[in-house]
Design a protein around this ligand. Structure first.
Ligand code: NAD
Length: 361
């Protein structure tokens, strides 16, 4: 089979980590006899520099005619002074909307080998945890009306959160379907004691749950959820939440896995089409140094193989190789601890590639 993949490296460490993920896919292609075609497009700060907009039309067209999209990260201090519409991050929000990528799946799984890199105490970590965050991605406060105005106290600014029945229903279904393939528990996280959107959210999630009697539903306020992730991460299976809460909670969950450089993500539409990217940003503080952890991006292409191309065996081969490399003690700087072997971005990618063939034997 031939698969056409749009590659949008973006800014900062984006090109470094996507390059490693592309090398992995090329090797998977050789091992399993698939053809992956890669076409690069511009997004984010580099698009602002070259095309004066963060998401050029040709990038949208490239993504629409591809079978899946691999994205690095966008943004950085160079573009921080640009106003709203022209910021690199606007490109990211626009591509999610353009491609109708409403379901963001972020698995936060702790590899036993990375126990030492987890900031939690041993008695809390126990045997690790396995959480899947299902975040609504094309609605909520990131897409609501925003603006600035003058009031009697001077300048003021506002952002608005809104959710409708359709948006909540489809993401709730994604969460329940995901839970069905896992431990069958959905924790829906909201702020219903304050927000009207959360009260609608809770009502609709309750009604969808009637179609999934085999899945246990519980509700949690977001402030408590932030605390529970630290105190007792084991209680979670699938966390269903809104765009902004999911953004924040997934960063928190990522650091429990050892580093944000470990957390992959898939952003899916109704069809099998998806955009795959690490959960981290462009990490300007380490960009260009060949020290970024490429595993989140490598694990994101494993998700691409599974969700968009239905190639589970190939995806598992990548996941197994990542586990082997970590078990053998190789670490990028972000997850390094005494007694382990420090490697750079390229070396980590090469180690995973080396193990792909072994894991497919
Ligand atoms: P960040 O995720 O880029 O970095 C946070 C911290 O994690 C930094 O110390 C960084 O060095 C470290 N880090 C991130 N990824 C890493 C990796 N793969 N390996 C090792 N360490 C890693 O978040 P930030 O600093 O808040 O944001 C930087 C820029 O990225 C901003 O412009 C922000 O808007 C943008 N951003 C983009 C995305 C995206 O493209 N999806 C997401 C978040 C932030």
């Amino acid at each position: 089979m031939t698969y056409n993949i749009a590659v949008l490296p973006g800014d900062g460490i984006g090109p470094e980590v996507t390059n490693q993920a592309v090398q992995i896919l090329k090797e998977i292609g050789k091992i399993f006899n698939h053809k992956f075609n890669f076409t690069e497009g511009l997004i984010g700060g580099i698009a602002c520099d070259k095309k004066q907009i963060p998401l050029p039309l040709e990038t949208i067209e490239l993504c629409k005619k591809s079978d899946a999209v691999l994205l690095g990260a966008v943004g950085g201090p160079k573009w921080d002074k640009l106003d709203g519409e022209n910021r690199p991050e606007t490109g990211l929000l626009k591509i999610r909307k353009e491609l109708n990528l409403y379901a963001n799946i972020r698995p936060a799984f702790m590899y036993t080998a990375l126990k030492k890199a987890c900031p939690l105490k041993n008695e809390i970590i126990k045997d690790g945890f396995n959480i899947c965050i299902v975040r609504e991605l094309t609605g909520g406060i990131y897409f609501g009306n925003r603006g600035e105005l003058y009031c009697k106290h001077g300048k003021a600014a506002y952002d608005t959160e809104s959710y409708n029945e359709k948006e909540i229903t489809r993401i709730a279904k994604t969460a329940f379907e995901t839970a069905r393939k896992r431990n069958k528990i959905v924790t829906s996280v909201d702020k219903m004691n304050v927000l009207a959107t959360s009260r609608l959210w809770r009502k609709i999630v309750e009604s969808i749950s009637n179609d999934y009697p085999d899945v246990t539903l519980n509700h949690m306020l977001v402030d408590n959820a932030a605390m529970q992730l630290i105190c007792n991460p084991h209680q979670f299976d699938v966390i269903l939440t809104s765009n902004m809460f999911g953004d924040i909670l997934s960063d928190e969950a990522s650091v429990l896995t050892g580093s944000i450089g470990m957390l992959p993500s898939a952003s899916l539409s109704d069809e099998s089409f998806g955009l795959y990217e690490p959960s981290h940003g462009s990490a300007p503080d380490i960009a260009g140094k060949n020290i970024a952890n490429p595993l989140a991006t490598i694990l994101s292409v494993a998700m691409m193989l599974k969700y968009s191309f239905n190639l589970s065996k190939e995806a598992e081969c990548i996941e197994a190789s990542v586990k082997t490399v970590l078990d053998e003690g190789y670490r990028t700087k972000d997850v390094y601890s005494e007694g382990t072997k420090l490697v750079n971005t390229e070396e980590m990618g090469s180690l995973v590639i080396k193990n792909l063939r072994t894991n497919n034997l």
